[in-house]
Design a protein around this ligand. Structure first.
Ligand code: UGA
Length: 443
């Protein structure tokens, strides 16, 4: 099928490459010509395992192309995906202006019937707004009677770090439409991903839009709940890791997303929890749980700093911290809403210096904080230890899991590790004569 994808951000680029891979003819449209130029030369702006080869191979085969010409993009697609960003605005609501601009463009240039698919995470009711804008534009061109353009809500559930495989092998494909023709088109486009078992779930547009928020907010709730219990465990002399195993074994609870830590980050959970709070208040409803999830997460991002400050009797002036992990989670270079940022900014405010290492987020950290004199990026995790007083582990990358503890002990002046992700076994560390502070476990 002929497909157009508006927006080559995370969601759009991965979706476009995966659709091209199974044989669809995909044109990606974006206003950022530099980004498109780089993509055509095989330079992928984000670190995402498997994405580069997928983009390069499909571009070379001619199934995937890139253009800034929106009108040409609109004329190409039998299916038009909207995958542009919906950043938070100043009051925490999702800003849909880019989505609505694409709708306007589609309405202005469409020359034959097409199905518009909204992939961006958008507030409930946006599919209706997109449809209204397109239909109004078609009416203005007197093409409303001969061009049929239903709008489907089809939210994306991919995770950074495993985006390609999540998109290739989705757990579910949510299709929000009551239009039977549109449903048939969507079934056809996703047929290669809907093998072995039925993954397509058809529902109305609003339910599909709310499904996306409900999924992310449920996962964020699990994390904030676990962080709350971890804080309690610390005060009660219990071990959150034993508690985690104990409750995870109940299949109704499960082991996923109950890892305590330094709070959730990234471009999705913080934004989506806030957006659903905003949607709720607009609907005249006060969401007690979502507010608690959000406020626990804000507080949790400060807990690691509080432990460090307590340890040093609040005097961090002149101290140097080795920091392992800058990205908001492993297998990505993304530092949006990363707990490491909150921690480093607090350390700097208290007069400390940070020597950091991350396997993928070094360029991003350089871009954000490169000008600071109290921030050094180190080429290896060992180099970050050199001359430091203490080690702080913020992101649980695999290469941090089994370090040389003797080297850590020799390198750190104060022989202390602050672990925001419970990566190490406290008993093993104690045998090395190191002090160790983690989350939800007594020191
Ligand atoms: C999340 C969802 O998991 C995806 O299903 C969704 O499609 C995506 O948002 C989106 O809306 O686009 P992502 O933000 O890539 O994906 O990252 P996650 O793997 O969900 O992790 C989010 C945060 O939660 C990270 O900071 C991670 O460290 C934290 N986390 C996760 C915990 O603190 N504890 C856990 O047990 C799990």
């Amino acid at each position: 099928m002929k497909v157009t994808v508006f927006g080559v951000g995370y969601v759009g680029l991965v979706q476009a490459a995966v659709l091209a891979e199974v044989g669809h003819q995909v044109v990606c449209v974006d206003i950022d010509s530099e980004k498109l130029e780089a993509l055509m030369q095989g330079n992928i702006p984000i670190y995402e395992p498997g994405l580069e080869s997928l983009v390069v191979e499909n571009y070379n085969s001619g199934r995937l192309s890139f253009s800034t010409d929106a009108a040409q993009g609109v004329r190409h697609g039998e299916v038009q995906f909207i995958a542009v960003g919906t950043p938070s605005d100043e009051i925490g609501a999702a800003d849909t202006q880019y989505v609505l601009q694409v709708a306007e463009t589609i309405g202005q240039h469409l020359e034959r019937s097409a199905v518009v698919v909204n992939k961006s995470t958008v507030p409930v009711g946006t599919a209706d707004k997109v449809a209204n804008i397109i239909h109004q534009a078609l009416r203005a061109r007197q093409r409303f009677s001969d061009i049929h353009c239903p709008v489907v809500s089809n939210p994306e559930f991919l995770k950074e770090g495993s985006a390609v495989s999540d998109c290739m092998k989705p757990d579910r494909i949510i299709v929000g439409t009551t239009d039977k023709q549109a449903e048939a088109v969507i079934r056809e486009i996703y047929a290669p991903f809907n093998r072995n078992r039925e993954k397509i779930m058809v529902m109305d547009e609003r339910s599909a839009e709310l499904t996306k928020y409900a999924a992310n907010c449920m996962l964020a709730t699990k994390i904030s709940f676990m962080n709350e219990v971890a804080n309690l465990a610390e005060r009660l002399g219990a071990d959150i890791e034993s508690v985690r195993m104990g409750i995870g074994s109940d299949p109704r609870i499960g082991y996923h997303f109950i890892y305590p830590g330094v709070g959730y980050g990234g471009s999705c959970f913080p934004k989506d929890v806030q957006a659903l709070i905003h949607t709720s208040s607009q609907a005249g409803f006060e969401p007690k749980i979502l507010q608690a999830v959000e406020s626990r997460n804000r507080l949790q991002k400060q807990t690691l700093f509080a432990k460090i400050a307590d340890y040093y009797g609040r005097d961090l002036k002149g101290k140097t911290f080795a920091l392992w992990g800058l990205a908001f989670k492993p297998n990505t270079d993304d530092m949006r809403e990363a707990p490491a940022r909150v921690l480093m900014e607090a350390l700097w405010k208290a007069g400390a210096t940070v020597q950091a290492y991350d396997p993928e987020a070094m360029d991003e950290a350089q871009r954000i904080y490169g000008q600071r004199s109290d921030f050094r990026l180190c080429g290896t995790k060992e180099a970050a230890l050199s001359g430091a007083d203490a080690l702080v582990v913020v992101t649980e990358w695999q290469i941090f899991r089994a370090p040389d503890f003797d080297l850590i002990g020799r390198s750190l002046t104060d022989r202390v590790i602050f672990d925001g992700r419970n990566v190490y076994d406290p008993a093993r560390i104690a045998t090395r004569g190191l002090n160790y502070y983690s989350v939800g476990r007594a020191p």
